[in-house]
Design a protein around this ligand. Structure first.
Ligand code: ZN
Length: 419
């Protein structure tokens, strides 16, 4: 502020009385404080499109990318056996095995690698911001999230032939635990009759079915967990809505088609080897920005099936997660926040989609700051109270809020005093 402006402001304060220039805060009142932004129905439809499109969810360094948090997918494991326990994968082996498998999967999530296909050279390597956590039933101290079932009818996995059952849901329906909020992973041995056949491959295989995954080959081959981490991550990719890339349309421009070679070998497998998570290959560890955008869109959007599998850690605030906005920002994805938002003087924030604020938090619009809720919804995704929009004022000069008719604010009105 220039010295002359400062002097004028001081003089104004003195004239009007000291209390007129006092800094205050008060809850935003839509009828009294809200400026209306008029949109045609066509504009409303087109402006909501970003909420559905993946670019707003790519975990990059853009404004929207910075709003994509780490997501924790809750999982449990079911290990199937026949009643004679002949498929030796009992608790003393099975439980440490799946715990190690979870660690290996999280290593893959934590170490996104550059795409190996020549046509994908230079594709940005972004953090996945995804990891798994084994989720026992809350409050059951004996539960470790790993379950053993002895069932002669349903214990086996068959992916080929007359008795093929890999897409059969019965074992899931019978044994799934917390099926609405936890990804249930079933580990099944290949059926001994299938294994005897020379045309049946008893190696690793898997299938994603709704909110569950069936894996085979783990018990039969005896290979370590690191060998099955990629296969499991691939199936989790399907759970998050991703498709195969090698000759299909997966909705991404950065996943080129290729011959789907598992290992390096004879041409074309001497050079056209993919290491992408959604192909069949030994690595299954490279994620493109588009794939991550698609995955996070389905984890962030309230209508996404996979969202229900997340640890809901955005209901309450976390320390050091407040955001201060001093520039112009447009939020075009569905967002879960972990702290307050402060729009400082000169800051201009437009919200177009649903944004969840943690319990007790607030969106403070300081004098000289502007908030536009353009068809968006400000809420707490868990139905808990938050303070809502708070106006900061200097005398009569308050933060400005503009809303479209279809914009809404829910669960605002925490008893916490806005100070
Ligand atoms: Zn697949």
């Amino acid at each position: 502020m220039r010295r002359t402006q400062y002097l004028i402001l001081l003089a104004g304060c003195a004239l009007a009385s000291l209390s007129a220039c006092k800094s205050t805060v008060r809850p935003f009142n839509r009828a009294q404080d809200g400026h209306t932004l008029v949109r045609t129905s066509q504009e409303r439809v087109s402006l909501k499109q970003p909420c559905r499109k993946y670019p707003a969810y790519v975990p990059d360094s853009t404004v929207n990318g910075q709003l994509v948090p780490e997501r924790i997918i809750r999982v449990n494991y079911h290990i199937l056996n026949s009643s004679d326990t002949s498929h030796a994968f009992l608790a003393e082996i099975g439980t440490p095995y799946v715990q190690e498998l979870t660690r290996e999967i999280n290593k893959k999530f934590a170490e996104n690698i550059p795409m190996s296909l020549p046509a994908a050279q230079g594709t940005p390597v972004l953090p996945t911001r995804i990891r798994l956590e084994i989720a026992p039933i809350r409050g059951m101290f004996w539960d470790d999230g790993v379950y053993y079932h002895f069932d002669d009818e349903l214990y086996a996995y068959v992916h080929k032939g007359r008795n093929r059952n890999n897409s059969d849901m019965r074992v899931i329906k019978k044994y799934a635990i917390q099926p609405d909020s936890v990804l249930n992973i079933f580990i099944l041995p290949h059926h001994p009759d299938s294994v005897k056949s020379t045309t049946y491959s008893a190696g690793g295989g898997g299938i994603a079915l709704g909110k569950a995954i069936k894996l085979s080959g783990i018990i039969t081959t005896g290979l370590p967990p690191s060998e099955f981490a990629g296969m499991t991550v691939h199936e989790i990719g399907h759970i998050m809505g991703l498709g195969h890339t090698w000759r299909y349309s997966d909705g991404c421009d950065d996943t080129p088609h290729h011959p789907n070679c598992f290992y390096p070998g004879e041409p074309p497998c001497d050079s056209l080897i993919s290491n992408n998570v959604m192909d069949y290959n030994h690595w299954q560890q490279a994620w493109t920005p588009c794939q991550l955008g698609q995955a996070h869109r389905n984890l962030s959007r309230r209508s996404g099936t996979a969202r229900s599998l997340l640890k809901r850690n955005w209901c309450d605030p976390l320390p050091d997660y407040n955001l201060t906005i001093t520039d112009t920002q447009v939020w075009e994805g569905e967002v879960d926040l972990f702290g307050d938002v402060i729009i400082a003087a000169g800051g201009h924030l437009t919200i177009r989609c649903e944004v969840s604020f943690p319990q007790g938090s607030r969106l403070l619009v300081q004098p000289g700051g502007q908030l536009v809720i353009d068809g968006g919804l400000l809420t707490n995704d868990c139905g808990l109270p938050w303070q809502g929009v708070i106006l900061g004022c200097k005398g009569r000069d308050c933060g400005k809020v503009t809303l479209t008719e279809d914009a809404d604010i829910q669960y605002a009105g925490s008893s916490d005093r806005p100070d």
